[in-house]
Design a protein around this ligand. Structure first.
Ligand code: ATR
Length: 280
């Protein structure tokens, strides 16, 4: 790495942020493209968000990714929101431009691209599990792609509220919804820890189901899908694709997807299961 007086800064803000893999693949991409920029993690407590974002802007940072728990709160700090940010109600990308804060959302497009590698969701029945922050970008993407969406959440009121907002159907029982669903998307945090109790009886998953999990690593849900011979997708491709779109926003350059993916090989990027790694 060749840091000079003109090196520019990008980064990710979150709390916690130490687990983030964005610095790994963003720096690989910046270096490959010969851009004089580095990408760093910044652990920002919620109470310091406003000061920190403004401080980073004043220090000349060019742009930031935004992760949990700041994705909604940054909307109040921004001077400009993209249409998607308005509709989703969350931003994962900030660009500082002439003292202005612009907010974008690339999660939805990252998700859609990752999903399209395994299934065309148009007119398919898709069961979305979870009604938190991640779910909103997923619902937006699936609606845009013409899916028929069923939404389930442990806390039912949240599912009903979100279903109203996005014009989709809230369901009471995962077990019943799975009968009619062709695609299952986990947006909850269940599976992050290996010993998390399952979201539902994974024995109900059939070979015909397409299973998508937003969690990067192979969760028990994804493992079941693999064992059943289902098409499936982990959260890794979505991570790369959302980051690639952020990279495009900050740098104006075509993101080097293959380099980004290869840089994550040692962090568990599913090279053997991902038929797309060598294609892009
Ligand atoms: P994120 O931004 O990652 O979506 P979040 O907004 O905190 O995070 O949402 C977490 C989601 O995971 C919610 O849908 C939550 O369900 P509740 O609304 O009922 O809390 C879901 N979730 C977390 N732990 C869960 C569990 N043990 N069983 C089922 N759902 C769970």
């Amino acid at each position: 790495m060749n840091i000079t007086g003109t090196t520019e800064l990008l980064g990710v803000i979150g709390f916690p942020v130490k687990h983030s893999l964005s610095p790994v693949f963003q720096n690989a991409a910046l270096s490959y493209m010969g851009l004089n920029m580095v990408y760093l993690p910044f652990e920002i407590r919620p109470e310091n968000l406003r000061d920190a974002v403004r401080g980073l802007m004043l220090a000349g940072v060019r742009g930031l990714n935004v992760t949990v728990p700041h994705k909604e709160a940054v909307l109040e700090l921004a001077d400009w929101l993209s249409d998607e940010v308005r509709e989703i109600g969350a931003a994962n990308t900030l660009k500082f431009s002439g003292g202005r804060i612009e907010a974008y959302n690339t999660d939805w497009v990252g998700f859609l691209r990752a999903v399209r590698e395994v299934v065309d969701v148009e007119n398919r029945k898709v069961l979305v599990l979870g009604a938190g922050g991640a779910s909103r970008a997923v619902l937006y993407a699936l609606k845009k792609a013409g899916a028929q969406i069923l939404l389930w959440n442990r806390t039912r009121e949240k599912a009903v509220k979100l279903a109203d907002r996005f014009g989709v159907r809230a369901v009471d029982s995962v077990e019943e919804a799975i009968e009619e669903a062709e695609v299952i998307v986990n947006t909850t945090s269940v599976g992050l820890k290996e010993d998390d109790p399952p979201l539902f009886d994974y024995g109900l998953i059939k070979r015909e189901h397409v299973v998508i999990d937003l969690i990067y690593r192979e969760t028990p849900l994804i493992r079941t899908a693999r064992e059943r011979g289902c098409s499936f997708q982990t959260g890794f491709p979505m991570l790369v694709y959302q980051g690639a779109e952020s990279f495009r926003i900050w740098t104006g350059c075509e993101p080097p997807l293959k380099i980004m993916k290869l840089s994550l090989k040692d962090y568990g990027y599913p090279t053997e299961s991902s038929r797309t790694l060598l294609r892009t």
